[in-house]
Design a protein around this ligand. Structure first.
Ligand SMILES: [Zn+2]
Length: 206
């Protein structure tokens, strides 16, 4: 823990995006995708910082000051707060390390996507118009969404260094099997829109 640094402040743009992230978290809660205290959310800050949602809180009641500054390189909490960062923070950090263009990561448990991940195999879409929202040029292309074995709490920290090997070029998400979706984007709303798209695709999959 780096205690001799001042508390970092988000830039003006990041402050706006943290408000947007709070709206995303509430949207996931309101849709029944983040029951209890499930779901976690983060934003890439300046100078190697990631703003990570706290563990244990209801994700319909976050505010922009709820987010905990984490050093991406070391995974250390930069400033101690009353609450701990999400236990799933390693996945967020792994995505930021592997995908330089990822500015926000949204994780929630949409039921059709979770059900579709139950086999543990990548989820493949072909012939659906909505695939275009996941980066396909045409519905005739094949869209393959990576599915990763859901880690135990003890295995979770490894994902900071391993999740990158599952990231497929052009597909802005990974799914932890029988658990939930992690999507990233240039903004929180963009990341949420990818989750909406994959949930629709899973819901309508034959
Ligand atoms: Zn989760």
């Amino acid at each position: 823990m780096t205690q001799n640094n001042p508390f970092p402040r988000p830039s003006a743009l990041q402050a706006v995006l943290l408000k947007e992230l709070v709206k995303c978290a509430k949207a996931c809660y309101d849709r029944g995708w983040s029951h209890g205290t499930a779901g976690n959310f983060s934003l890439r800050g300046s100078n190697g910082i990631v703003w990570q949602s706290p563990s244990g809180l209801n994700k319909g009641e976050l505010n922009p000051e709820s987010f905990i500054p984490i050093e991406l390189e070391t995974t250390n909490v930069i400033w101690p707060m009353k609450v701990r960062p999400s236990a799933e923070m390693p996945v967020h950090l792994g995505i930021y390390r592997a995908v330089p263009e990822a500015m926000a990561v949204v994780h929630t448990h949409p039921p059709f996507a979770v059900a579709a991940s139950r086999s543990g195999k990548d989820i493949i879409f072909e012939g659906d118009e909505m695939q275009k929202h996941l980066g396909c040029h045409s519905h005739k292309e094949v869209c393959q969404v990576p599915v990763i074995v859901n880690p135990t709490p003890e295995e979770m920290p490894e994902l900071t260094s391993t999740v990158g090997q599952y990231v497929r070029k052009g597909v802005p998400m990974v799914i932890l099997a029988t658990h939930g979706v992690y999507a990233w984007g240039r903004t929180p709303m963009e990341a949420l829109s990818y989750i909406e798209a994959v949930e629709f695709l899973c819901k309508t999959k034959a």
